[in-house]
Design a protein around this ligand. Sequence first.
Ligand SMILES: Nc1ncnc2c1ncn2[C@@H]1O[C@H](COP(=O)(O)OP(=O)(O)OP(=O)(O)O)[C@@H](O)[C@H]1O
Ligand SMILES: [Mg+2]
Length: 590
Amino acid sequence: MGVFRYLAPYKYLFVFGLLLIVVSGLLMIVITAILGQLAGAETMANMPGSSMTTWVAAYLPDDLPMQTTGKILGILAVMLIIQGFFSFVRVYIFSYVIENAMETLRRDVYRTIISMPMQFFHERRVGDLSSRLSSDITTIQETLNITLAEFIRQTVIIIVGLVALVSFSYKLTLMMLATLPVIVIIMVLFGRYIRKLGKLTQDKVAESSVIVNESLTGIVNVKSFANEAFEIIRYGAGIRTIKQVALKSAIWRGMFGTFIIIFLFGALGALMGYGAYLRSIGELPEVLVSFVLITGLVAGSIGGLAAQMGTIQRSIGIIEGVMDILAGQPEKINTSEHAAPADLKGAISIRDVHFHYPSRSDVQVLKGVSFDLQPGQQVALVGASGSGKSTLAALLLQFYTPQQGTIDFDGKPAQSFELDALRSAMAYVPQEVILFGGTIRDNIAYGKPDATDSEIEAAAQKANALAFIQSFPEGMQTLVGDRGIQLSGGQRQRIAIARAVLRNPRILLLDEATSSLDNESEKLVQEALDELMKGRTSLVIAHRLSTIRNADRIVVLENGIVTDTGTHNELLERENGLYRKLIELSRNEQ
Ligand SMILES: Nc1ncnc2c1ncn2[C@@H]1O[C@H](COP(=O)(O)OP(=O)(O)OP(=O)(O)O)[C@@H](O)[C@H]1O
Ligand SMILES: [Mg+2]
């Protein structure tokens, strides 16, 4: 079990904690025995001789001016204080060890998740991944902390308790053993089924919270399509199932309680009856109350143990899931043989690239794309929606590897570079800019986390963003809201451009937003882009005529292949070229 690796640095402390549990389990039985005898003693001087209390009392000096009961009360008090102290130390030690281990585990899981290749994220829901870190690890933590401790404590109580019981009366113990195990087995079966229902309820709750998440993150879609009613129905169906499963589970839990009351307590009653009989014929010393109390402890522990089996089993499943994630192959393969492209000139050569998304192997997106970008050159990529433009940008960023063909930087295959360093030489302005929830400053500084205020301001200036940022009362400290919703599309884009400016990359990948901006914003964004592209190799996925016109070269992508390349004027002369059609279309629009 991989998680124990995380406990290893604290193993001595952990073992000490386990030891405390064993000792406190032992003490628990002794204390219960003493309590029982105090309660059962008919006269103060008449404490039973054959029990553990005498054994304990034997360690007290004989000449103490106290009655036996007084001595025993004193011992009890000392034991309770020791027990209480152990309990505190145990709880803290366990928590200390486990919280430290879980901190490392969480960090490792997060590091692995965030380092996974892009495809990993397409195959999973964000909610699922984040619950690995939150609820799954919390479950592991509880299992190790509470369940494991209880498990050991209860095992100790059962063993020591049984020894004590046999020492009181083997006949009574035999009778107890004849009834209790049957009851416990039935309780285990009950418990297992109830847990299954509980798990089902949890799954249904998770399903319904996915609906809430999706509809709230996509609230714009919900509102604009007036689909509130639809979502309410979708959610309503989800929560109705939760209720049904939960009620079914309630019936079984109720029956479980009933069973315990009738059979468990029935068995206890029978036991006491038999005990009273044994005592009346003189076969049982005055320990009936102790016997019953310890039987209660033992029975409770057997039941608790059985219940914990389920939790432990479930946790093993969860631990395996988390370990699977940890065993995943992150995309960062940094070895010394890889060159750090610090002095990258920015030549890109795309050769016969074939690509389909791993999750959709039947749809060939790129079918042999080849073209070059010279250092410092500005190339515009145009083509119909879905022709594979953004996909090509993703390939340049090494989010995916083409199934066939190569992408070279400065004449060397992309794989020969250190992935981090190669990406650091690029800046990517995505088609849909999603900002982080912090301030404008944080969002710009994401391009270069150690940037100074004046660098950030200069970048914002170049991106034509400074004016609108300063128009906000809070300026750079303005919060942009969840994913940046408190800013307009053009503003968000200019912040993303400022981020790229700050990064000062050799290679710029720009996926222009398809949504059209008004003329004024378009002019501002265009100026920002022109400033950004100066002296860098730029691949602009262009949707705007102005961007296209300024490019050194235009590459036309159609259905996954390059059908034409040339300058604006060259392409306009092609009689039936797609480019000409695109231009004519966009002219008509204006
Ligand atoms: N993560 C993905 N998994 C599977 N298929 C994808 C994925 N992303 C895009 N595709 C598919 O790949 C094809 C190309 O998509 P791409 O985003 O590259 O188009 P595009 O040229 O950028 O279009 P647009 O101009 O609308 O932005 C489309 O058919 C799309 O459905
Ligand atoms: Mg696109």
